[in-house]
Design a protein around this ligand. Structure first.
Ligand SMILES: O=C(O)[C@H](O)[C@@H](O)[C@@H](O)[C@H](O)CO
Ligand SMILES: [Mg+2]
Length: 382
């Protein structure tokens, strides 16, 4: 079998889908994208295309190594997202060619169902209680929200009380009937991280995500010493070589590699295995589309240490299209009591509605995240 064509489709709300065609008629889908940089990743995918045309799609490991090492410069959000989407599509092709779901190519399922969580509140954590109430009606009991609005490197007791007050209200309203992660979203600088973690301690969040920016990873062990709250990070780390360092230094209880940013299934399965050796859990990051989610689920179903899966249904970013709008087999993504069953169709298990994708790609917006500024006019982490 040979790869004959790669086609990219930028689609609302902010995703990009990649279709890889082969000379035997089998087609694979991937989701190479960095939110807000879809066109840059698209260019990276098209730069890799001449190398891929004519190659055997079944030699996923060799193609991955050649894409990663062959260009001399390597790693980073753009190149690893391009490789990720191509990798996902290659696994999709291999599974379809052999008539088995990707998890069966990786040794089979370690679980019967996977625990999911949903976002509540938006860029600024608003109406969280109402959001939780609504999702609990459909059996969701695990949530994630932003922990703060803009936060200065050194901010006030009032800002801390505001952040903590919201969390206190959640525990007040729902007790231990629900669990929730708090995403600091990189908005909290090291001086404030310890203050906030200490203040949140009594409310026992399930985890705090990106307690500091990924470029401040050396703080993870120090922050972990100061709190019993499990710390999570990973959406802005792009290869096992980055995750190696945070595992060696300790501090993270949960790794959150993104299957569309960190080299795809081939790389993230390795990252999950590395984490297991350090007794660290994995909870793949996935605020994206259905192909990215499917790739996450195949990793979840073969990883003993996979504990939670993010999905974007109802997320504040999904303006203009929802998680399953481009999917024909919507029922396969049904959640039951906050869990999802394995995707059992051959390959990734996503039947892409190609017509819908083509139509939507005709006027895809160039999504950008907002540029936030503090009251003094300086740039604030979003
Ligand atoms: O945890 C999450 O989902 C992420 O922090 C998410 O909010 C960001 O990755 C966003 O998609 C960036 O544009
Ligand atoms: Mg996050």
């Amino acid at each position: 079998m040979k790869i004959i064509k790669l086609t990219t489709y930028r689609v609302p709300p902010r995703w990009m889908l990649l279709k890889i065609e082969t000379d035997e008629g089998i087609v694979g889908w991937g989701e190479p994208v960095i939110e807000g940089r879809a066109r840059t990743v698209e260019a990276a995918v098209h730069e890799m295309t001449p190398f891929l045309i004519g190659q055997d799609p079944g030699r996923i490991n060799d193609l991955w190594q050649a894409m990663y090492r062959g260009g001399f410069y390597r790693g980073g959000a753009i190149l690893m997202s391009a490789i990720a989407g191509i990798d996902q599509a290659l696994w999709d092709i291999k599974g379809k060619a052999l008539g088995v779901p990707v998890y069966d190519l990786l040794g089979g399922r370690v679980r019967d169902k996977m625990k999911m969580y949903s976002w509540v509140g938006g860029d600024r954590p608003l109406d969280v209680i109402a959001g939780i109430r609504k999702l609990r009606e459909v059996g969701i009991d695990t949530f994630k929200m932003n922990g703060t609005e803009e936060l200065r490197m050194l901010d006030s007791a009032r800002a801390v009380d505001q952040a903590v007050g919201r969390i206190a209200e959640i525990r007040e309203a729902f007790g231990n009937d629900i669990e929730f992660g708090i995403d600091f979203h990189g908005r909290v600088a090291a001086p404030m991280a310890k203050v906030l973690l200490r203040a949140l301690e009594p409310y026992r969040p399930l985890f705090v995500e990106e307690p500091v920016l990924a470029e401040q990873a050396e703080y993870y062990p120090r922050l972990a010493e100061s709190t019993s709250i499990p710390l999570a990070a990973g959406e802005r780390m792009y290869s096992r070589f980055e995750f190696k360092r945070v595992l060696e230094q300790g501090g993270l209880a949960i790794l959150q590699p993104d299957l569309s940013h960190a080299g795809g299934i081939t790389e993230c399965v390795k990252i999950a295995a590395m984490a297991e050796a350090y007794d660290v859990a994995v909870a793949p990051h996935c605020p994206l589309g259905p192909v990215a989610l499917a790739a996450c689920l195949h990793l979840d179903f073969v990883s003993h240490n996979a504990v939670l899966q993010e999905q974007s249904m109802g997320i504040h970013y999904n303006q203009g299209a929802e998680l399953l709008d481009y999917v024909i087999n919507k029922d396969d993504f049904r959640m039951d009591g906050g869990y999802i069953a394995a995707l059992t169709k051959p390959g990734l298990g996503v039947e892409v509605d190609e017509e819908r994708v083509l139509e939507a790609s005709k006027n895809a917006p160039d999504w950008r995240n907002p540029l936030w500024r503090h009251e003094d006019g300086s740039v604030a982490e979003w």
